[in-house]
Each structure stands twice: as structure tokens, then as C-alpha cells.
Design a protein around this ligand. Structure first.
Ligand SMILES: *[C@@H]1O[C@H](CO)[C@@H](O)[C@H](O)[C@H]1NC(C)=O
Ligand SMILES: *[C@@H]1O[C@H](CO)[C@@H](O)[C@H](O)[C@H]1NC(C)=O
Ligand SMILES: *[C@@H]1O[C@H](CO)[C@@H](O)[C@H](O)[C@H]1NC(C)=O
Ligand SMILES: *[C@@H]1O[C@H](CO)[C@@H](O)[C@H](O)[C@H]1NC(C)=O
Ligand SMILES: *[C@@H]1O[C@H](CO)[C@@H](O)[C@H](O)[C@H]1NC(C)=O
Ligand SMILES: [Zn+2]
Length: 410
């Protein structure tokens, strides 16, 4: 049993990572040359689209999700990139009695091209948290594309040199850590490259994985700089170590032993949050890369975390791997349904992709529809509190006040 389990984890970790960050089609990691070319192409597309200038807009005849309920029909005003109480001379948009949501936030993705941003935008994902940049050249190149999904990224993820993830990611020895003393420099390097948070990969502990000391030192160094730490932890023992290190965000949930009372007590005491990424677990099960029990365990973890009032953020692990990939944008709407399936209320699921995702990623200018906030808005036709699937029926999307016109039906 132990042998089978171990084998399973290695296989799953292997598949897992193939599905995480490979933008190319041959299942290996892109060469650094290839990454540089992708980044050049992305940069060449910055601000060359025919982006309409931000305008004054009045969105009439809409209900607004205020984080708890739908407010009665009203008009929401945008001036440039910001929601305002009122502005004169606005272009009028008829919301037809639909619902205006804050722009959706996917708290765990791996886009690598401007096309991926276009797809995210078309599904109303107006902000995305890119959970590690490997290869690094790519992350900056998908930032600041006016009128498209806003990107935050972590830089290199922290790994030990001989770990499963380090191998799958093709990390160079000098991109990995072997001693706690390297942690402050590692953190500084990522921040210097534009990272706004630090990502650690906690694998199931063995002789090749990151030592607890190093994980602790990374969290201390990040916290000393005022930045948060996200930790990949898809197994119980990994989550245990992540909590010992006092990470802020647990990404994925244990797919072996579901999160239980002792872990939850520590999560609550440390005010950590959970990003279950149920959609990637489902993808792995459907693709045959994980047994059905992995999904049941992940679902049970999400359920227990929610019942205990641990903040849950919606994240998908969307990526462009050709076999085990997960489609950008559409996957977030899937994730919302899966979180409802894990027993969350529709209101809390909407919060997981809006106000909570913003707050716990320190994005205080978004996540709610209110004057002064970034005009990131998604207009849908139905009532997502009555039925979460209504988020799929997208009518219009604005990103910092600029309408993204090619909306998709999720
Ligand atoms: C994107 O904009 C932010 C905020 O203005 C800035 O700090 C960052 O350097 C920019 N990055 C790129 C790649 O343009
Ligand atoms: C990684 O593996 C190489 C080759 O087996 C070995 O020389 C090296 O000491 C290992 N590094 C660590 C940190 O375990
Ligand atoms: C890491 O090593 C490679 C060659 O092995 C070198 O090209 C690169 O500059 C090094 N990176 C850092 C950050 O030292
Ligand atoms: C997920 O958890 C919920 C709440 O316990 C349960 O009702 C549902 O059947 C579970 N779904 C799966 C696929 O395990
Ligand atoms: C929610 O809407 C979807 C799509 O219209 C439908 O398939 C589903 O049955 C509805 N669910 C509930 C609980 O009404
Ligand atoms: Zn990921």
C-alpha cells in the first residue's frame, strides 16, 4: 500500500507539473530561447491593439452584487478606469435587468501569451494571479496589456535542486535553494523581477524536497518585506510543512488524506487562506492522471475548510498543456460550480472570486462594485445567487473601464 501510494504521488506530481506551466506543445519545458521568443512576441503586442480610450459610461438597469446580495436595479457610472458615484455626459449602456459583478479574479493560473489574456478577458476574468514564472522571461511580458486581464505573478517558485518539481521545471542549480541562508536573496531577486508574492513548492517530504528550515526562512524573508507567501501543497504532509513555515496561502488541497480538524485549527490560528483548485483535480481524474479518490479527497477538504470558515479563494491552475491542460477563463466558471458542489453557498462562491480574492492578494482597488474602485465589471444576464451557472452567461466585460468586446459564452 505504501509503495503504491508513493508511486502514485510521484506519478501524480510528474503529471501535475506537466500540467502546470508548459506553454509549448511537446510536454517538455520550453527552452530559455523559446521562452525569450514568446516574451518578445508578447511585448510586441503591448498596446498595439486598437484599444478604445476609456470613456464615461452609465450602465443602467442592472442589479449589483454587493458581496452579500443583489441590490435592486440601478445605474453604475464609470469615469475612465474608475467607478464613480455619478458622471455627466456618459454613454448609456442598457443592462436589461441583468447582474453586474465585480470583475472575476482567478487566484491560480499559468498564462504565458497575450492570447491567453484575451481568452481570460473574454470570460470576465479581469485579474489573474500567475502562480510562478517558469521560465521567468514570460511573466513581465504579459503584464500591463491595456484593456486585458491584469496580471500579478510570483517569480520563480522556491524548490530544492533535486526535487520532482525542480526537474520538471528544468531549474538550474542556481535557481534553487539548498540552505536557509539563501532565502533573503531569493526573495529579493523575485521582488526585483516584479513579483508581488513568493511561491514555495511543498512536495510530500523526502530526501529531495525543500527542507523545513528553508521553507521557514523563505516565509520569514518574505514577511520581512511585507509580501505574502503562496505554497503549493497537494498532500497532507506537504500542507503540514507549509503551515509549520507559516505560509499565507495554501494552493491546492490534500488529495490523499483530506484536510482535517488539526490542520484546520492551525490554518485558522495563522489566518491562512485556501485556494482548493478543484478544477485541476477534476481534470487529472478525468484525464486518468489521478484516481477518483483524489477528487473526493480534494472536495472533502474544500468542504471541511469552508465549514470551518477558512477563507476560500477561487483558483483553477488553468494552463495550456495540450493533454492535461485546463482552459483559461472557462475553468473559473467550472471552479465556481465545483465549489458549490463542495457545499459552499453561491454567495460565498461569488465572494471567493471577487472580494476575498482581492483582499487576500492585497488588491484593495478591486473586488467590489463601489465608487473609487477600478472599473473591472462583468455584466451577466441572470441571477448567480439563485444559480451559480448564471456567471457563464456573459453579456459585457470592462477591464479598468475599457470594454473587452469579444465576450465568450462559458
Ligand atoms: C506594469 O505596471 C506596474 C505599475 O505601474 C509597474 O510597476 C511594472 O513595472 C509594469 N511592468 C511592465 C512589464 O511594464
Ligand atoms: C542532488 O543530486 C546530485 C546528483 O545525484 C548530488 O550530487 C547533489 O548532492 C544533490 N543535491 C542535494 C542538495 O541533495
Ligand atoms: C545561473 O547559472 C547559469 C549558467 O549555469 C548562468 O547563465 C546564470 O546567469 C546564472 N544565474 C544567476 C542568477 O546567477
Ligand atoms: C463534495 O462534497 C459535498 C459536501 O460534502 C458532497 O455533497 C458531494 O457529494 C461531494 N462531491 C464529490 C464528487 O465527492
Ligand atoms: C442552473 O442552471 C444550469 C444552466 O442553465 C442548469 O443546467 C442547472 O440545472 C441549474 N441548477 C439549478 C440548481 O437550478
Ligand atoms: Zn499551478
Amino acid at each position: 500500500m505504501l509503495f503504491i501510494r508513493t508511486t502514485f504521488f510521484i506519478l501524480l506530481a510528474a503529471h501535475w507539473h506537466l500540467g502546470l506551466s508548459c506553454p509549448q506543445s511537446d510536454h517538455s519545458h520550453p527552452t530559455r530561447e523559446k521562452a525569450a521568443e514568446i516574451a518578445r512576441n508578447n511585448n510586441a503586442r503591448r498596446d498595439v491593439r486598437n484599444v478604445p480610450a476609456p470613456k464615461k459610461i452609465a450602465i443602467e438597469n442592472v442589479r449589483v452584487f454587493d458581496g452579500e446580495k443583489l441590490l435592486p436595479l440601478r445605474t453604475v457610472f464609470i469615469n475612465g478606469d474608475t467607478i464613480v458615484p455619478y458622471v455627466k455626459g456618459a454613454d448609456v449602456v442598457d443592462g436589461n435587468g441583468g447582474t453586474l459583478l465585480p470583475g472575476l479574479i482567478d487566484a491560480h493560473t499559468h498564462p504565458s501569451t497575450v492570447d491567453h489574456l484575451e481568452t481570460l478577458s473574454s470570460f470576465g476574468v479581469t485579474t489573474t494571479i500567475v502562480a510562478s514564472c517558469q521560465p521567468e522571461a514570460i511573466c513581465e511580458s504579459i503584464q500591463n496589456h491595456t484593456g486585458l486581464t491584469d496580471v500579478r505573478f510570483s517569480g520563480l517558485s522556491a524548490n530544492a535542486p533535486n526535487s520532482t518539481h525542480a526537474k520538471l521545471l528544468g531549474l538550474l542549480p542556481n535557481e534553487t535553494l539548498t540552505s536557509p541562508s539563501q532565502a533573503p536573496q531569493f526573495v529579493d531577486d523575485q521582488l526585483a523581477k516584479g513579483a508581488t508574492f513568493i511561491k514555495i513548492v511543498a512536495e510530500q517530504p523526502d530526501s529531495t524536497t525543500l527542507d523545513q528550515d528553508i521553507m521557514n526562512a523563505l516565509v520569514d524573508a518574505a514577511h520581512a518585506k511585507g509580501v505574502r507567501v503562496a505554497c503549493h501543497a497537494a498532500g497532507y504532509a506537504a500542507a503540514d510543512r507549509a503551515l509549520t513555515a507559516r505560509v499565507d496561502q495554501l494552493h491546492h488541497v490534500p488529495q490523499d488524506t483530506p484536510t482535517d480538524e488539526p490542520l484546520i485549527a492551525r490554518i485558522l490560528a495563522q489566518k491562512a487562506v485556501s485556494i482548493p483548485t478543484l478544477s485541476i483535480f477534476r481534470q487529472f481524474v478525468m484525464g486518468g492522471a489521478a484516481p477518483p479518490s483524489a477528487y473526493s479527497a480534494a472536495n472533502a477538504s474544500a468542504h471541511e475548510l469552508y465549514k470551518a470558515s477558512v477563507p476560500i479563494l477561487a483558483g483553477t491552475d488553468s494552463n495550456s498543456n495540450p493533454t492535461l491542460g485546463l482552459p483559461f477563463g472557462k475553468a473559473l466558471h467550472d471552479e465556481l460550480e465545483l465549489l458549490v458542489g463542495a457545499g459552499m453557498s453561491t454567495v460565498d462562491v461569488l465572494r471567493s472570486a471577487t472580494v476575498l480574492a482581492a483582499r487576500h492578494n492585497l488588491l484593495f482597488d478591486r473586488g467590489v462594485v463601489a465608487p473609487g474602485m477600478r472599473a473591472d465589471l462583468v455584466l451577466i444576464s441572470g441571477d448567480p445567487i439563485a444559480n451559480i451557472s448564471a456567471t457563464r452567461d456573459i453579456q459585457r466585460v470592462w477591464i479598468a473601464g475599457i470594454e473587452y468586446e469579444e465576450v465568450a459564452a462559458a
